[in-house]
Ligand binder design. Structure first.
Ligand code: FAD
Length: 391
């Protein structure tokens, strides 16, 4: 099998890249190790930055998002039983975010890819990427019990944190920067309308809580829990009680409870792999970097990477210039590190570390109070949350 761009992974990065290349008339093949149902139902991110929304619209993949997505013009911070709303458009010159689940983004992109004739192969596991430094890199993969080879001009590893593409970058070339946090997020989905019309980020002495939503009838909520926690150890009632405690305010706000339909724990880590390119092999999305979910950046960074890459490949085809392609890793990493910084700031401001002292607590509260009272600090949060510009 032969194609111009071989894409490993049908998460948001791989699917959007295939769509952008298709729109530009560049052929690609997507290999995905899992089946379609799994990819379409894996619960993950849900906040789309303004830039991601714009890209999905330009790519012709936004019809359902524009009908069903919920636009959000701000978030609420809770600390010390107080509430402070951050107004995004007022602070950023009109930017905002959209609540639309990653599962739905993937379903929309899969439908478009298959309608356009694919090729998108499910249950096709990439085993190795070879020939990165040659003009014809290739992917060895297994599909329907048979091993095959996908010959390409370029290979893009969109295969997430556990994928194989990163191994194509030799150990003596790659550098890894990482931080593992001593806590994770216990996340639930519940069949109950959201208790607040925007996301609520709460800092509490018992730990962080986030109140989010998937739709007008489905609540998504998270609790900070110690690393290694088993979701099964928490009953639904204990989760609601703990959310109630951490989200409590001095006014009459109340939490709406309902049947929990899904429950899982997400570990928290920051990870960056440099460079994001070796020869003709490129890394995009979680294959190259992970952020803790506090800043809602993971999916949006994946989108940023593939937009940069698609533009570079189009420029090469149209003008013969490989300047953008050569700059791919540096261009993406500048944005990635801004997102890592933002996510780190949000995480350390809102979560309680197991060894936190009274001093640490007071500094966290002072950081939140600064956002609530100084427009410069509040603007910095709003700009980071609504997203860093795409190149
Ligand atoms: C449990 C969890 C919860 C998260 N929650 C949030 C959140 O609340 N907010 C937020 O902003 N971000 C969140 N994230 C991060 C966000 O979902 C990711 O940043 C986003 O999915 C990145 O997209 P991607 O396409 O790069 O990678 P992925 O979505 O991981 O897609 C990679 C794809 O590659 C496939 N693959 C892997 N190996 C191979 C192989 N060898 N051959 C073929 N295919 C392969 C995988 O099956 C997968 O479909 C979460 C992530 C996880 C894991």
């Amino acid at each position: 099998m032969r194609t111009t761009v071989g894409i490993i992974g049908a998460g948001p990065a791989g699917l959007l890249l295939a769509r952008l290349l298709h729109n530009a008339g560049i052929d690609s093949v997507v290999l995905e190790s899992r089946d379609r149902d799994y990819v379409e139902h894996r619960q993950r991110a849900g906040i789309l930055e303004q830039g991601t929304v714009d890209v999905l619209r330009e790519a012709g993949a936004a019809a359902r998002m524009d009908r069903e997505g919920i636009g959000h013009d701000g978030i609420e911070l809770r600390f010390d039983r107080r509430r402070h709303r951050v107004d995004f458009p007022a602070l950023t010159g009109g930017r905002s975010v959209m609540v639309y689940a990653q599962t739905e983004v993937c379903k929309d992109l899969i439908a478009l890819q298959l309608a356009a004739g694919g090729p998108l192969l499910f249950e096709a596991e990439a085993l190795a990427v070879e020939g990165a430094e040659t003009p014809s890199p290739h992917v060895r993969f297994r599909h329907q019990g048979r091993e095959d080879v996908l010959e390409c001009d370029y290979v893009v590893g969109c295969d997430g944190f556990w994928g194989v593409a990163r191994k194509a970058v030799p150990a003596d070339v790659s550098r890894v920067f990482e931080r593992t946090y001593p806590f994770g997020w216990l996340g639930i989905l519940a069949d109950v309308p959201p208790s607040h019309d925007e996301l609520v980020y709460a800092r509490h002495d018992r730990g962080f809580a986030l109140l989010s939503m998937r739709s007008p009838t489905v609540t998504r909520a998270y609790l900070q829990v110690p690393a290694g926690t088993d979701a099964a150890d928490w009953s639904d009632e204990e989760i609601w009680d703990e959310l109630d405690r951490r989200l409590e305010t001095d006014d009459a706000w109340t939490l709406k409870r309902g049947p929990v339909t899904a429950k899982s724990v997400t570990p928290m880590r920051s990870h960056v792999h440099e460079p994001m390119r070796h020869g003709r092999v490129f890394l995009a999305g979680d294959a190259a970097h992970i952020v803790p979910p506090t800043g809602a950046k993971g999916l949006n960074l994946a989108v940023g990477d593939v937009v940069t890459l698609a533009r570079a490949l189009v420029e090469l085809r149209d003008t013969g210039s490989d300047a953008r392609l050569e700059a791919y890793s540096a261009t993406c990493l500048r944005r990635v590190w801004q997102a890592e910084r933002f996510s780190y700031d949000m995480t350390t401001m809102l979560h309680r570390a197991p060894d936190a002292t009274g001093f640490d607590d007071r500094v966290q509260l002072a950081r939140l109070d600064r956002i609530a009272t100084a427009r410069s600090a509040e603007t910095d949060l709003a700009e980071g949350y609504t997203g860093f510009p795409l190149d």
